[in-house]
Design a protein. Structure first.
Length: 195
């Protein structure tokens, strides 16, 4: 690695079966037919626990150390993807997401340990409470209020089934490289949970 900064975040990677399910969900919701909606590629969907921004290559080892410490005593656990929702509301959506259930208490506790552990390395603690979710799509900036409302009505009236389970057994430090075609992700480090 060179002296360049690395745009990075800490996340749980999703199994292929879940990514396939998310792609089906995007199709069922007919998201692609709306020109003002930008779908997130299922290959690029992660459960992000902490966005780090640009870090130096030297910091990778220290961050991995914090990830290892925060993961001590955390056993593999189950998460389930459930309902579709939107920020700020379903009626006036800006971001479409899938909610997460299951061992969420474990997940939130783990995220807080990670967040606290990164403070000495110069990363500010998250100001907002951690709301575990997976982003499916975002509405583009130039979306008109009328289009937003129409899209919100479609979301509110659609009854899609979401029920995917997966086991969380590792935590990853991810690199995000931005290209005109979109972001490309690669794993910088992995910390496996001890069962």
């Amino acid at each position: 690695m060179s002296d360049q900064t690395i745009r990075s975040f800490i996340a749980i990677e999703l199994p292929e079966a879940v990514k396939t399910g998310l792609q089906q969900l995007q199709t069922e919701l007919t998201l692609a037919q709306y020109s003002f909606v930008k779908c997130v590629s299922p290959e690029g969907i992660h459960l992000t626990l902490k966005f780090l921004g640009n870090i130096s290559a030297q910091k990778v080892t220290e961050i991995t150390g914090v990830m290892e410490q925060a993961s001590q005593g955390v056993n593999p656990f189950q998460l389930r993807l459930t309902e579709v929702g939107a920020f700020p509301t379903m009626r006036r959506p800006r971001v479409v997401w899938v909610g997460i259930k299951g061992d969420v208490d474990k997940l939130v506790d783990w995220q807080q340990r990670l967040d606290n552990g990164l403070v000495p390395l110069g990363f500010a603690k998250e100001a907002r409470p951690f709301t575990p979710h997976l982003t499916l799509a975002r509405l583009r900036e130039n979306c008109s209020p009328g289009d937003t409302l129409k899209f919100g009505e479609m979301l509110t009236s659609s009854h899609v089934e979401v029920d995917y389970h997966f086991t969380v057994n590792s935590l990853n430090l991810m690199r995000s490289q931005l290209f005109p075609t979109g972001a490309v992700y690669s794993r910088l480090a992995e910390v496996k949970l001890q069962s």
